[in-house]
Design a protein around this ligand. Structure first.
Ligand code: PLP
Length: 447
């Protein structure tokens, strides 16, 4: 009895002991709605964390305050991914998921997320060809392609080339094109793992047509051209174009990497799918989430004749099933191809003067709130394994360095770039609609 009395005495001086009960907080309608959206475990964990903060005296021991703290701590979706505004000036930032999808592609993903006719002919009620409309969109977008197939990513496209077209046989490839794609993954090892034997020709800096010609024999399955998409070799160099290789009597597969479908004036050294097919490549492989601006995907495009037959052979290979893309990818890719200009393309085509005007407006608005902000010129880049060495003129808002960490911790997070001791928010990779969000994010760090 006396202990109960002691308790109430303590409670009277220490209201933190009145921690609202879990059941009561979970029963609150707004919290119950969050449970319906996010699942019980996540919300329960958030309630537990807030109760702990109440015990530490960080949150008032009142029902309403606890509910507010729980709601504030909950994520928008039950997944740990957080949205990040890409203010790095790197258009395709691999750590940020490369290309952001267009609104059209996002809407298509939402639609495909339910049950949909991905493999059904609604007119007859019979099974239909999976992803046929996406393939049609690809063929419409790439003049000169007679067949197309979509797999999980660029690496998967190469694996399928190796397994289906060169299993147990030789792939002739220049030593100047034995590329590491990133994160320790190397194209020659990928080809070997998929069952092809590599026949390397030439040297790091120089390979001639005669080198290829001498390597071709009974064992040759194909010649592979790999675009050096993340490095530049300069000086005493020589490489052989697809046009010269096309006459050597074996199929030529060209990995163009970036997924540019047609030439772009700012990227004169970046090969495009239509141009590479026109030069005589039988098959072109590329990524979907680089300069094409779509979802992660690997594209296989075949020229009329041999190329189309090779793509058909790859589509029927057992591994094709293992590399098959889901309906979300098919939907996003088709919407990217048929829909309005995707964000990556808009960023590439952005007028530097417009970027400068945006930076000035933003800096002025921030300065009005006492932020040490200035508009500055900036050099942006394609990044993500595309157009190495190409500088895209851009504009940025320059802030004191300490903003960098604070902005990363914000919601949405903002990732800038540190340059000469300042935190730069480069506008090239962001559409104008992001400016208001950038301003709020910076001001949130200031308050
Ligand atoms: C990016 C790239 C790849 C790998 O493509 P993923 O879609 O990342 O798998 C392969 N080859 C080249 C030339 C590339 O640029």
């Amino acid at each position: 009895m006396s202990s109960a009395g002691q308790h109430s005495a303590t409670d009277a001086v220490d209201p933190r002991r009145h921690v609202p009960r879990t059941d009561a907080v979970l029963a609150e309608p707004r919290v119950a709605a969050a449970t319906a959206r996010l699942g019980r475990e996540l919300v329960r964990a958030a309630v537990g964390a807030v109760q702990e903060r109440v015990r530490r005296g960080e949150v008032p021991a009142e029902h309403e305050a606890v509910v507010a703290a729980v709601l504030a701590a909950l994520p928008a979706v039950p997944a740990a991914l957080r949205p990040v505004l890409n203010a790095t000036g790197v258009l395709l930032h691999t750590n940020l998921g490369r290309a952001p999808l267009s609104d059209a592609a996002r809407a298509a993903v939402g639609l495909a997320a339910g049950t949909c006719d991905v493999e059904l002919d609604l007119a007859t009620g019979a099974r239909g060809p999976r992803g046929a409309t996406t393939v049609d969109a690809l063929l419409a977008a790439v003049p000169g392609a007679a067949a197309a197939h979509v797999v999980n990513n660029g690496a998967a496209a190469l694996a399928l080339v190796a397994a289906a077209l060169a299993g147990g046989r030789e792939v002739v490839v220049s030593r100047g094109e034995l590329v590491e794609i990133g994160d320790g993954f190397r194209i020659p090892e990928l080809l070997a793992a998929a069952g092809a034997r590599l026949h390397e020709v030439g040297t790091t800096n120089r390979t001639s047509r005669a080198d290829y010609a001498a390597a071709i024999g009974q064992e040759t399955a194909l010649i592979l051209k790999v675009h050096p998409s993340n490095f530049v070799v300069s000086g005493f160099t020589r490489s052989v174009g697809v046009r010269e290789l096309a006459g050597l009597g074996v199929p030529v597969v060209a990995d163009i990497g970036s997924g540019l479908l047609a030439p772009h004036r700012l990227l004169p050294d970046e090969p495009d799918a239509a141009g590479t097919l026109a030069e005589g490549a039988d098959v072109v492989t590329a990524s979907g989430d680089k300069l094409l601006g779509g979802p992660q995907a690997g594209l296989l495009l075949g020229a009329p004749g041999t190329g189309a037959e090779l793509v058909h052979a790859m589509r029927r290979h057992p591994l094709a099933r293992a590399l098959r893309v889901d309906k979300l990818t098919l939907a996003a890719l088709e919407a990217t191809l048929r829909g309005p200009v995707p964000p990556v393309r808009a960023a590439l085509d952005a007028d530097p003067r417009t970027l400068r005007a945006r930076a000035e407006r933003l800096a002025a608005a921030l300065a009005e709130h006492g932020v040490d902000a200035a508009a500055v010129g900036s050099d942006a880049a394609v990044g993500g394994g595309g157009a190495p060495g190409v500088t895209l003129p851009s504009a940025a808002v320059s802030l004191p360095r300490h903003y960098a960490a604070a902005l990363r911790a914000g919601d949405p997070a903002v990732l800038g770039r540190i340059e000469r001791g300042r935190c730069l928010l480069d506008l090239r990779a962001l559409g104008p609609a992001a400016d208001a969000d950038l301003a709020s994010a910076v001001l949130a760090c200031t308050s």
